[in-house]
Design a protein around this ligand. Structure first.
Ligand SMILES: [Zn+2]
Length: 252
């Protein structure tokens, strides 16, 4: 997945590289006449300051995006913030000059964007948490990351990894690390990925540690690999088995 478009501010008339969450084929383009933006109050008040400069400007925006795939044309609403940035260039006489342009960063999308495709066989308990994470990535990366961790807990439960030991009639809950350690041998090749998601999710659940959008994208890369190993690998190995049998035209 190319994460760059989601970290780069967009201009209001451009086709973005945000992938349509419905068809996953088209990109999102701002729908004509739907883009509204204004300077915030504090930004307006700052104009009277002696040292004021255009790059002090702060905006809020709202708009509708439309999918560029003509067979889809999904509409997605979005709100977010904006700013002014300088563009340095050389004029026709070779003299340096500066242009100011407005740029915008999304905070919310409805429906939310999707950052990897979740295998169909994934249980709802995991899928729901991943979707919640997708919806929060721009507004609250720490919380978004925490939902990936919860998805992992649900995945372990689905894989029948126990959640607690019982001692003297009392439940002693296992932490995520202990549960990952209980994964059966057939998941040995993805155990490291489980642990890596756990570390990233830990940062999201404990205050004081800043979680960036990049950290969340890292956990998406790991989790999507885990899900495809757990829920699609069977199909892959069946495919390669079929291939071998077909090649030999008989039992392997
Ligand atoms: Zn679409």
């Amino acid at each position: 997945m190319d994460r760059k478009p989601y970290k780069t501010p967009f201009r209001k008339n451009s086709v973005t590289k945000f992938v349509c969450p419905t068809c996953t084929k088209g990109n999102l383009k701002v729908k004509e006449n739907s883009f509204l933006y204004q300077e915030t109050r504090s930004s307006r008040l700052a104009h009277s300051h002696d040292a004021w400069d255009p790059d002090w400007i702060d905006y809020v925006y709202s708009c509708l995006f439309e999918c560029t795939n003509s067979a889809c044309k999904e509409v997605v609403s979005s709100t977010g913030t904006g700013f002014v940035d300088q563009d340095f260039y050389y004029d026709e006489n070779g003299n340096p000059d500066v242009n100011y342009d407005d740029y915008f960063r999304p905070v919310y999308f409805e429906p939310h964007l999707c950052f990897f495709s979740i295998p169909k066989a994934t249980p709802d308990s995991v899928t729901d948490e991943v979707n919640t994470s997708f919806s929060l990535i721009f507004s609250d990366p720490a919380s978004s990351s925490n939902h990936v961790r919860i998805a992992l807990e649900h995945l372990l439960t689905f894989l029948k990894i126990k959640r607690f030991n019982t001692k003297n009639g009392k439940r002693l809950y296992l932490n995520l690390h202990q549960r990952i350690d209980l994964l059966p041998q057939k998941y040995d090749h993805v155990k490291d990925l489980f642990f890596a998601v756990k570390w990233l999710g830990n940062a999201g659940s404990h205050s004081g540690q800043e979680v960036t959008i990049d950290d969340v994208f890292d956990s998406y890369e790991l989790l999507s690999e885990i899900l495809s190993e757990v829920f699609e690998n069977k199909r892959e190995s069946a495919k390669s088995l079929a291939k071998r049998i077909n090649k030999k035209k008989g039992p392997k």
